[in-house]
Ligand binder design. Structure first.
Ligand code: ADP
Ligand code: GLC
Length: 493
């Protein structure tokens, strides 16, 4: 891991403040947390200086809270009627990256980072403004404020309005869309109240949307100097009706500043050679002998029939309609067969949790529905399954297919967003490719893809094994993409 003091010089234009609502290892609910951890680290060896600003949630584990140091505090005005709020700055350094946690018990003293829009809107209005105020307070003026998703979308707006003329206003802004589904929408009065922002911003060019409400993401997209998505395909998709979540017109209008840069994964955390959470560690040279051993250990742990010849299909996911679970549901009874086992790890929408519980009861020893969030089990499933299912309705990037490939587990994906950009379809003629894919959002096509995969696994093992090894050799690190972000930062100088 590169340490900050290894750097010979910080590149001009490469002082970057990451602002977002979650980051591994402090708090992670999905891929945003992974990116907020891994991308700053990947930027360090390129000559960037990175600070990450995020809320100081009560649910951050004690072991990290104990390492935080108090860096100062001040009162900040926020609302339309001039109410002021405490802003504390708690700091810690991890692997060369400085984390500044914005502390306020009124907003962040809950068990979960996200507690419903009614509370989340004020929470992230406060967070956006407090982050910029903290940068001024710390006297650390970045070249770029790199903001993530709707929770940080007000930062570019504040930067050019309330913070105009202050030191931090020298920074340019980038807003990265990890998921356009969530936008931070409320009544205009509510947002006006909590932001204290001037009336002229509440028109159609900035916050206002068609039904007369205010949309935080929309405002940020209008004000950011650059907008990025986490894959190239998603950058195109969101300019269409189907994927645009109501903002396609707005994104099309701002398309000149839109770029797609595909995510990578942290290859130190996701390293099957050193992963202590695996019964047997391996790399591309011994994956073919290690996987059956890991598979048996997983089957034992989860109460599945212990048999290394079964085709084990994993699913690790937030259980929401985004992830294509309706297709799985529609195809499940035709898909499952005596040579297949399915392992589901996820939490979310009760209707999916219950559907998977039902399959577990109906197919004992063949299906396991582990309805929990469990990092350590995730590692074991990535390593021990033969295939990983990601049939998403939409997928801005998707990290699970990248992790799967790195662990020699063949992805079965729908060709959308980052799934399309990262998984080359298996070619029946040449045997080339990284996984099994289908295009339209249809259950029969998902079924066909799973059946094709199972057939190759069972009848053409050499070709299957070649895909496994090829997947492990594929570069899924942040290397190239971190360079593309650096180029973008430099473009803004
Ligand atoms: P999204 O951000 O849309 O949820 P991604 O594929 O980008 O999807 O990232 C999901 C991340 O969350 C991955 O690191 C995955 O391993 C992890 N994850 C999802 N669900 C679980 C779970 N139930 N237990 C452990 N890790 C999970
Ligand atoms: C979002 C998207 C996912 C992406 C992740 C990290 O949560 O749903 O596709 O991989 O952000 O960028």
């Amino acid at each position: 891991m590169p340490e900050k003091n290894e750097l010979t010089e910080i590149k001009p234009g490469a002082r970057v403040a990451f602002i977002g609502s979650e980051s591994f290892p402090f708090i992670k609910t999905g891929g945003l947390g992974d990116v907020m951890y891994a991308l700053p680290r990947a930027l360090l060896p390129l000559g960037c200086e990175v600070r990450v600003l995020m809320p100081c949630y009560r649910c951050i584990p004690e072991k990290y809270r104990d390492q935080m140091e108090y860096r100062g505090s001040f009162m900040m005005d926020l609302t339309q009627d001039g109410r002021t709020f405490y802003v504390g700055i708690m700091e810690l350094e991890l692997d060369g990256v400085i984390y500044d946690f914005i502390d306020n018990r009124e907003f962040f003293d809950w068990g979960n980072p996200y507690t419903g829009l009614w509370e989340d809107i004020p929470k992230y209005c406060y967070f956006a403004k407090a982050s910029l105020a903290a940068l001024n307070y710390l006297n650390w003026v970045p070249d770029v404020v790199h903001c993530h998703d709707w929770q940080a979308a007000l930062v570019p707006v504040y930067l050019r309005t309330r913070f105009d003329g202050t030191p931090v206003s020298q920074a340019r802004s980038i807003l990265t869309i990890h998921n356009l589904r969530f936008q931070g929408i409320c009544s205009i009065d509510h947002l006006k109240y909590w932001t204290g922002l001037p009336d002229y911003l509440f028109d159609y060019a900035v916050f206002k949307v068609n039904d007369g409400e205010a949309n935080m993401f929309k405002g940020g997209l209008a004000y950011a100097d650059r907008v990025t998505t986490v894959s190239e395909t998603y950058a195109e998709e969101i300019q269409t009706d189907f994927y645009g979540e109501g903002l396609n017109g707005h994104l099309w209008y701002h398309r000149a500043k839109l770029r797609g840069i595909v995510n990578g994964i942290d290859i130190d955390i996701w390293n099957s050679r050193t992963d202590r959470l695996l019964p047997v560690q391996y790399d591309e040279k011994d994956v073919l002998s290690a996987k059956p051993v890991n598979k048996k250990a997983l089957q034992e742990r989860l109460g599945l029939m212990v048999d290394e010849s079964k085709f084990v299909v994993g699913l690790i996911s937030r259980l929401t309609d985004q992830k294509g679970l309706d297709l799985i549901n529609a195809a499940f009874t035709q898909m499952i067969n005596e040579n297949m086992q399915v392992v589901i790890l996820g939490t979310g929408d009760p209707r999916y949790e219950n559907a998977f519980r039902y399959y577990e009861n109906t197919y004992p020893g063949q299906v396991c529905a582990y309805i929990k969030y469990d990092e350590s089990l995730a590692h074991q499933i990535y390593a021990s399954s033969d295939a990983l299912l990601v049939p998403s309705l939409f997928e801005p990037c998707g990290l699970t297919q990248l992790i799967a490939m790195r662990y020699g587990t063949v992805p079965i994906v729908r060709e959308t967003g980052g799934l399309k950009d990262t998984v080359e379809p298996f070619n029946e003629n040449t045997g080339e490719g990284n996984g099994f894919t289908f295009d339209q959002y249809r259950a029969d096509l998902l079924l066909d893809a799973v059946q094709r995969a199972q057939r190759v696994y069972q009848e053409e093992r050499d070709r299957w094994n070649a895909v496994v090894v090829r997947d492990m050799e594929k570069d899924v690190s942040w290397g190239l993409s971190a360079k593309r972000y650096l180029e973008l930062y430099e473009e803004l100088k």
